[in-house]
Design a protein around this ligand. Structure first.
Ligand SMILES: [Zn+2]
Length: 308
């Protein structure tokens, strides 16, 4: 009998201890320089005009509080992801994220990229500096992931086997170059990429699962997937849990903390629901998604966790 999934953030830690998990590893959170983060929050405040629905950011605190709350939720390690919306930003955002990841308890150093001259140089430097995760945001950046300017960068990532969280799906907004068929062409050219399809490819969940089955190094993250907010706009297919069975070791916890319009516990409850819906998933699946697989991707398995 599996323990009840958490309905409030306070119930997360007791749930984890009943599952025998030391904590959570979250591959998809966002920390940014304050000035940039406030612009992102202003965008969510106007979500009614962008998305046609309200998006009240749940964890809208100053940075020290956001970090403390994340630790209190039980998150032992996390990837703080940054992303540019235009050229000339990715390099300094990456420098910020490398420093932030190094200096912050629980965080890993990360990087981002944009199709521009010099991208292979700053990404290469970041990889040598020890980044553990990279973010590529096709929708916000409005770039074509097949852009020849990015080819060397994808090659560097494949060679380094560092996971790249790619937001390439049409959700929540269709972009000029979104679509899993477009990113599928990048995978065909770089089949060894450790790509993590953000939001499980929302709303093209079936195509995302096909890519995971085709490419052994491709993963899905759970970010915003299956929560009430998303089910209204991009519902999961009925056979979701059954389809996770063959790829159960390639699904990783992601949350979009702190920019989510609902409590963190809701994401965990959704994942708990998938695990309970198919006997072949259950507790082993939860352990893999919430801890083992993201820890392996972020290279934490041989350390004592990232918290120091
Ligand atoms: Zn995100």
């Amino acid at each position: 009998m599996e323990p009840d999934t958490p309905s409030h953030d306070e119930e997360i830690r007791p749930w984890l201890s009943k599952l025998g998990l030391p904590g959570l590893v979250d591959i998809h959170t966002h920390f940014l320089p304050e000035r940039v983060l406030h612009k992102v929050w202003a965008y969510f405040d106007a979500a009614g005009t962008h998305y046609g629905l309200d998006w009240p950011v749940q964890y809208r605190y100053d940075e020290p509080t956001r970090l403390r709350v994340l630790a209190d939720l039980g998150v032992e390690a996390f990837a703080p992801l940054v992303y540019p919306h235009k050229s000339g930003m990715a390099e300094w955002l990456t420098e910020w994220a490398v420093d932030f990841g190094r200096d912050t308890d629980g965080a890993v150093p990360t990087a981002t990229m944009y199709p521009e001259s010099g991208v292979a140089a700053y990404l290469g430097r970041a990889l040598r500096a020890g980044v553990r995760c990279v973010k590529a945001h096709v929708q916000v950046g409005e770039f074509d992931p097949r852009d020849p300017l990015l080819d060397e960068a994808w090659g560097l990532l494949a060679e380094a086997a560092v996971p790249v969280v790619v937001h390439c799906g049409h959700g929540p907004l269709r972009g000029q170059h979104t679509g899993l068929d477009v990113f599928g062409e990048v995978l065909a050219r770089h089949p060894n990429l450790v790509a993590v399809l953000a939001h499980a490819g929302m709303p093209e969940y079936g195509v995302a699962l096909d890519l995971v089955e085709r490419y052994p190094k491709v993963h899905l993250d759970t970010t915003m997937v299956g929560v009430g907010f998303t089910e209204r706009i991009a519902p999961l297919p009925k056979d979701w849990s059954a389809r996770l069975v063959p790829v159960a070791d390639r699904v990783v916890l992601g949350s979009d903390y702190p920019n989510i319009p609902y409590p963190y516990a809701e994401q965990l409850a959704a994942i708990g629901g998938w695990a309970a819906a198919d006997d072949r998933l259950g507790r082993n699946f939860l352990r893999a998604v919430l801890y083992d697989t993201p820890a392996r991707l972020l290279g934490l398995e041989h350390s004592e966790g990232a918290r120091r």
